[in-house]
Design a protein around this ligand. Structure first.
Ligand code: CP
Ligand code: NVA
Length: 304
């Protein structure tokens, strides 16, 4: 499949039809993993990976994904590039475009990746900015499709911080018409424009009450209370104890509800060990699916 967009920065660039196709394509790639390894569809293609923040899953899954498809990666730390000495994003984008077939970047300000995409002539993928994490959404919705076999008539309860992962997830819900309820303390809500836009396509509810949010939920999701770009050491106190996903909160969701977390997790803060390491948790499938969705994404952006 070929995506109409050149870049993936938020999730909203992809149509609902394309999003659903991308999820099914990812599931197909996962099933046919062996065949794809034998058929290097990205032979001699190159991906520059720019990291301005730490990463385990994003970095390794892109690197291994390219390797499995026969391509190559160039792993770059932003603070070792000339950008750290003042070279502009525009010049960085134009230079890299002359060497590689695609760029993935993990950055602080979302405007950085927007500028990178604007000036690069090759596809640019957001590997997480302060505002969005589209690759995570693809893996999350793939995991839901695998475990629940559908999107419609499902309810996701997001508990905690209305952050970058949450913003892209809301767009993902709008593409798949999955209902989402977001429970945050006051002042920690997701981007209101994302909520407003997505509400045209699906139910997006905001609340400050985690217990009501998880009632009848099919999926309970959370993320760290302190994202990489947050520095306030007292931030966690604003969420505890009510916004911790623990056994008592999970009991209020449906009996067959699954628990999801993009990882890395801080056990006994946003989630207890009993939940993340318990029978309802699908976090390792979720982490694995980063690999399959990113392979599907790379193939779709590079029109193979
Ligand atoms: N979920 C996620 O993006 O993990 P990393 O920060 O390890 O890449
Ligand atoms: N919200 C987290 C996600 C990490 C994958 C962060 O931005 O640090």
């Amino acid at each position: 499949m070929k995506l109409k967009t050149k870049d993936l920065l938020t999730v909203d660039e992809i149509s609902s039809k394309e999003f659903l196709e991308l999820i099914d394509f990812s599931i197909k790639l996962k099933k046919e993993n062996k065949t794809v390894k034998e058929k290097p569809l990205l032979k001699n293609k190159t991906l520059a990976m720019l990291f301005g923040k730490p990463s385990t899953r994003t970095r390794v899954s892109f690197e291994i994904g390219m390797l499995q498809l026969g391509g190559h990666t160039v792993n770059l730390s932003l603070n070792e590039m000339q950008h750290s000495r003042g070279e502009s994003v525009e010049d960085t984008a134009k230079t890299l475009s002359r060497y590689v077939d695609a760029i993935v970047a993990r950055v602080y300000e979302h405007s950085f990746i927007e500028k990178l995409a604007k000036h690069a002539t090759v596809p640019v993928i957001n590997g997480l900015s302060n505002s969005y994490h589209p690759c995570q959404t693809l893996a999350d919705l793939m995991t839901i499709k695998e475990h629940k076999k559908k999107f419609k008539d499902l309810k996701i309860a997001w508990i905690g911080d209305g952050n970058n992962v949450c913003n892209s997830l809301i767009f993902g819900c709008s593409k798949t018409q999955t209902q989402i309820v977001i429970a945050t303390p006051k002042g920690f809500e997701p981007n209101p424009e994302v909520v407003k836009k997505s509400s045209k396509y699906t139910v997006v509810d905001l609340t400050t009450d985690p217990k009501s949010a998880v009632k009848d939920a099919d999926i309970v999701m959370t993320d760290t209370f302190t994202s990489i770009h947050m520095s306030d050491p007292k931030r966690t106190e604003k969420f505890l104890p009510s916004f911790q996903v623990n056994d008592s909160l999970m009991e209020k969701a449906k009996n067959d509800a699954i628990f999801m977390h993009c990882l890395p997790a801080k056990r006994e803060q946003e989630v207890t060990s009993s939940v993340i390491d318990g029978p309802q948790s699908v976090v390792w499938d979720e982490a694995e699916n980063r690999l399959h969705t990113q392979k599907a994404l790379l193939l779709s952006l590079l029109s193979i």
